[in-house]
Design a protein around this ligand. Structure first.
Ligand SMILES: Cc1ncc(COP(=O)(O)O)c(C=O)c1O
Length: 389
């Protein structure tokens, strides 16, 4: 098959819910991918922050293949050793007490919202959750409602009730909503889909203090920021706070579907048998992949390297002609182009020139594999500079 045949088949058989870039990737290694016609690309996307260790990392692939050859699934009726090992190591890295495994970021956020509402019932609080304007929390009807952007709400009403929206980086707007009807605040540390907008440290610490004062749970959506992306294992660890609930997905299993919701010791008994479940949640093959990821990404030297590579990229981008400003944390980077260059148009031209990038609102967004080399960064930035010149 060539690309045109792939495109025709896709149009004839797949719901057209994605605005796809005209590229069909068939293999990859590290931060270099190859398409069906043999053309290669430097990857600054990692499959939207998923391939934390790059394409087909050999150690990760071996761990996944070995587990698939042992037992690929057994259901949550039975104890699953890789799941339990992962739970122990992940909760230790996050400084949390217990975890529920599922398959995606949206499903992890659904679990967090269930914990918050159940906790609210048991603690004389209402069922409302404060989220932030411009946030993104997923595509289910409840996580769409949690998402603080009207554009995501319009087509699918009625959505789940009980979400109220404060302004990011504006503590007074959070305080104004924080009455007894509210059981929790749910927020990202860096709004990813919203345009790579880091929260101010003071704001995050004030939200933590407000949650303590008003008896609300603080729930951090680390779906995009988590697992080393911002240079700490979870982004909140760079903000000097400890949340009550954390959700994680994307990069955690290095390219296999996995989500998880972590909670503090005080919340570990809130959901009891029968209150939540997921057929594939904590699947042993995904857990083997995740163990391979977190055992590497969780190391201090690895995270230091992410910080240094992120700073290197941001510095070079800030000096690049055609760039208006750069923002982000670690290797989660947003670039605003100067003039009237359209971000989507630049994305398509980058792909033509052999570089895969993302957009977030009007920004170009880079989420490279965390293992990308300096040579690959330089080659990618060279292509980017030539495209926007
Ligand atoms: C912050 C955040 N939360 C939740 C989600 C939803 O994750 P998923 O697509 O795995 O359901 C995303 C996806 O982009 C995200 O960036």
């Amino acid at each position: 098959m060539n690309f045109e045949e792939v495109r025709e088949m896709e149009m004839g058989s797949v719901m057209q819910t994605y605005g796809r870039v005209p590229v069909a990737l068939v293999k990859g290694h590290g931060a270099v991918a190859e398409d069906i016609d043999g053309k290669t690309y430097i990857d600054f996307t990692s499959g939207i922050g998923v391939n934390a260790l790059g394409f087909s990392d050999s150690e990760w692939a071996r761990a996944v293949a070995e587990q698939a050859g042992q037992i690929q699934h057994m259901s949550n009726y039975y104890y699953c050793v890789p799941q339990i090992e992962l739970a122990k190591e992940l909760t230790a890295l996050a400084g949390m007490d217990k975890v529920f495994f599922c398959n995606s970021g949206a499903e992890a956020n659904e679990c967090a919202i269930k914990i918050a509402r159940r906790w609210g019932v048991l603690n004389g609080k209402g069922s409302r959750v404060i989220t932030l304007g411009n946030s993104f929390h997923g595509r289910t009807l409840t996580t769409l409602a949690a998402t603080g952007q009207d554009v995501f709400h319009v087509h699918f009403t009625p959505l789940t009730e009980g979400f109220v929206y404060a302004e990011a980086n504006d503590i007074e707007s959070v305080r104004a909503l924080a009455d007894d009807s509210v059981c929790a605040v749910l927020m990202e540390m860096v709004q990813g889909e919203g345009g790579v907008i880091p929260m101010d440290e003071a704001f995050v610490q004030e939200v933590r203090a407000l949650c303590d004062e008003k008896k609300m749970l603080l729930m951090i959506d680390e779906v995009q920021t988590g697992v080393g992306r911002t240079g700490t294992f979870y982004a909140y660890q760079g903000y000097g706070i400890q949340p009550d609930v954390v959700t994680t997905a994307k990069g955690i299993a290095g390219g296999l579907p996995m989500g998880a919701c972590l909670c503090s010791a005080a919340l570990s008994g809130i959901l009891t048998a029968g209150m939540n479940g997921s057929t594939f949640g904590g699947n042993p093959v995904a857990c083997a992949g995740a163990l391979s990821v977190i055992r590497r990404v969780g190391k201090a030297e690895f995270l230091q390297d992410v910080q240094e590579k992120g700073a290197y990229m941001m510095k070079k981008l800030a000096q690049m002609p055609g760039v208006s400003f750069v923002r982000g944390r670690g290797m989660m980077i947003g670039v605003k182009l100067s003039g009237d260059q359209d971000a989507h148009d630049v994305l398509v031209r980058c792909a033509e020139a052999g570089l895969l990038v993302l957009t977030a609102k009007e920004l170009i967004r880079f989420l490279p594999p965390l293992t990308i080399t300096y040579d690959e960064i330089d080659r990618g930035l060279e292509i980017f500079a030539s495209v926007i010149a």
